[in-house]
Design a protein around this ligand. Sequence first.
Ligand code: TYM
Length: 331
Amino acid sequence: MNKRVLSGMRSSNPRLHIGNYEGALRSWVDMQEEGYDMFCMVADYHALTTMYEDAAQVAVNAREVAKDYVAAGIDPKRSVVFRQSDVTEHAELHLLFSMITPLGWLERVPTYKEKKDDMGGAEREPYGLLGYPVLQTADILLYRPMGVPVGRDQAPHLEIGNDIGTRFNRLYGQEVFTPYRYLIPKDETRAKVPGLDMRKMSKSYDNCIYLSDTEDETAAKIKSAFTTPTKMRKTDPGIPEGCAVCQYLKLYSPQWQTQWEEDRAGERGCMQNKKELTECLNEMLRPMRERRAELDDAAIEAILADGAERAREVASETMRMVKSAMGWPVR
Ligand code: TYM
């Protein structure tokens, strides 16, 4: 049975947040424990689509993102932790896929439409931004995985990936790629974690709790988090569905159902919620912070070098299959 799984995160920021963790990284760790062959990639090329002016920073971030993977429980002995740009097959397959992908498929992608507007017109919009899902497809299909664990926002990219794989098979008359599954958390709070202000948690909104925040930083952020606006006093009824603190309690507190009922009934105040959440969340993050503190740059570079070698074994095999299907010389 195919037990290979691939996923990745952009290195546009040096630190991952609890949205990245709940949407994807937590599933990676769970699947590793269940015996899947995990390929955990740092997508440094993808970070360049918006940060091409800060290329050196993207490289520094890549190491830091890899540290967060290991800190969160990815074991580099069992799982493959690697950097996209270390495995040149990603660039090569991206190029081949770019030849067979209709432009219309890419122009319809919602994330492209949003980012494009942010970039300020066609003269400033890089070609790479449009091709973003094509590169992501190359990332995935190089490993011919059974599934890809990601947060809800990645669904449109994953759909294009299976479409490109099917199109390749049809064009060249061989079943090189089998459709993979989208492994999006069933719990919607995990699939799309709200930020401290109840918009989606995202670096660009500055509303994140980072896995490597200190205990005090976490406490201060929770203190400032958005709660039910009409709940001025403890006795006012709360609406947990619209309150960031209650949403996080659902993720991290074993007693969240009671806490929600009491919040709704005006039997507990926001301060109590915040205090209890700070305790649960810091408890969850403590072992990650400790593991992260033990990882220096040399240690993570050694992990990435080993990961690149293991990733290349699968990626080069796929490239041989791709070229053979196309009737091109295979070396
Ligand atoms: P990126 O770097 O934006 O996000 C990394 C992962 O975190 C998830 N995520 C969230 N999940 C729940 N709630 C949130 N608030 C939240 N914010 C982010 C994302 O869904 C994602 O799973 N295109 C990808 C990177 C990539 C990739 C790949 C992923 C490149 N190649 C191949 C899978 C397979 C991205 O930008 O993720």
